[in-house]
Design a protein around this ligand. Structure first.
Ligand code: SF4
Length: 402
């Protein structure tokens, strides 16, 4: 991975750190919070109790501290990629209470199910376009098994070897492997041989078992989710991690969730990014629960950035939280805003996300980032830099890139 450019010699670094310390310290009179800030600035890890204190602290304080880390790690760089989604089906054997997207096999209304040819046609529709990633996730269909998906991966890879295939949540994988009677390691090896490059981070929800059992009782357990990701990392398959927040959980559950991820990351360093996902309450079995405020969203990004010291990136899904909150999040620890997702994804829109037609051209995405004085960097899935758009002249292009 290419990291942010160095920002000067030791003297200028000391001045910058001192200026940041002063700025952060001026935002609180609480001695314990000041002590946490000192630890963070000394690059020491904070513990769970300190993580909890940050959730109780003032937004301005946690935001400034998170922004300090974000700029130390990435300067003003803000990453995005050019990707597209394939959602094979929304039929699902599970019945998560927060899910607005899935349909049980018996619920005929609103179902879809793509054939292998239809999925391949989606890939072919991007021929000649400079996308670097296909993201494949969907419901857990009882008849779409391991071999079905392995064949699709192989077909995609043969057609377009340069395309990074990020596919299947641990929930989908656990079901596939169980049905195929394969261990996690053997199942992942088989998919890797057929073209799987990395795993998305979905299905993590919240690891605390008492909450997980209330919102997603029948799908893979927290331990299985973590084991699948750790096994993938051991096999050279990087992955991502999410956390669904803003429903029944409390701050302790969120810290517990991140603690378990931080432990795996210490052992493997296989997670690319952490993606907090806001619970949305449209058309699901938890619609009676109010959504949390934008203040809570920003605080959650900030605490995540501070707590997860061994994660390089914190991502905000712009379609989920909308363009304005995304711009704000870039000063609260976020350094990645995903990609130029086209409207092929229904996961966000069906849950009531801010963006009902989630599509931005590269130029629009670049302007969104530059408007808040950050540097737009196109990356590939593994955060290798594809292009720095800071001084890029779109007018020189004959056509606007999708
Ligand atoms: S969240 Fe995923 S596993 Fe749960 S019901 Fe929806 S599609 Fe199925």
């Amino acid at each position: 991975m290419q990291s942010a450019p160095p920002k000067g010699g030791a003297f200028s670094v000391s001045i910058r750190i001192f200026a940041h310390m002063e700025q952060v310290f001026n935002l609180t009179t609480d001695k314990k919070l000041k002590a946490i800030a000192e630890k963070v600035i000394a690059t020491e890890r904070i513990n769970n109790e300190e993580g909890l204190m940050l959730y109780q602290a003032d937004l301005a304080f946690v935001g400034a501290l998170a922004n300090y880390i974000r700029e130390e790690k990435h300067d003003s760089n803000t990453y995005f990629n050019r990707n597209f989604h394939i959602e094979p089906t929304n039929i699902c054997v599970f019945d998560c209470k927060f899910c607005s997207y899935s349909r049980l096999l018996k619920q005929k209304d609103g179902q879809w199910e793509l054939t292998a040819d239809q999925m391949f046609d989606i890939v072919k529709s991007y021929d000649g376009q400079p996308v670097t990633e296909v993201h494949i996730v969907g419901g857990v269909h009882p008849k779409m098994g391991l071999q079905f998906f392995a064949d699709i991966l192989k077909r995609i890879k043969k057609h377009r070897p340069d395309l990074h295939i990020k596919a299947f949540t641990a929930v989908e994988l656990e079901y596939m492997f169980r049905k195929a009677k394969l261990s996690f390691a053997d199942g992942l090896k088989l998919l890797k041989e057929h073209g799987l490059d990395s795993l998305p981070g979905g299905g993590a929800e919240i690891f605390d078992e008492s909450i997980r059992n209330q919102i997603a009782e029948d799908k893979c357990t927290s331990e299985q989710w973590l084991e699948i990701h750790e096994t993938a990392h051991q096999l050279g398959i990087p992955s991502n991690a999410t956390m669904l927040y803003g429903h029944l959980e409390n701050y302790e559950h969120r810290i517990n969730h991140m603690h378990r991820l931080r432990d795996v990351q210490d052992r493997t360093n296989g997670f690319n990014t952490f993606i907090p996902l806001k619970f949305r309450n449209k058309d699901n079995q938890m619609s009676h629960i109010a959504e949390v405020s934008v203040i809570e969203d920003l605080k959650n990004y900030a605490v995540s950035r501070i707590y997860l010291d061994n994660f390089s990136h914190i991502k905000a899904y712009w379609p989920m939280i909308g363009r304005t909150t995304t711009q704000l999040s870039l000063s609260f620890g976020v350094d990645d805003i995903d990609g130029t997702i086209d409207d092929s994804t229904k996961i966000y829109t069906m849950a009531g996300s801010e963006e009902q037609i989630p599509k931005l051209t590269t130029q629009q995405l670049v302007e969104l980032i530059k408007n808040v004085k950050r540097t737009p960097i196109e990356r590939d899935t593994l955060y290798n830099i594809v292009k720095n758009y800071m001084d890029y002249d779109f007018a020189s292009e004959k056509t606007t890139l999708a």
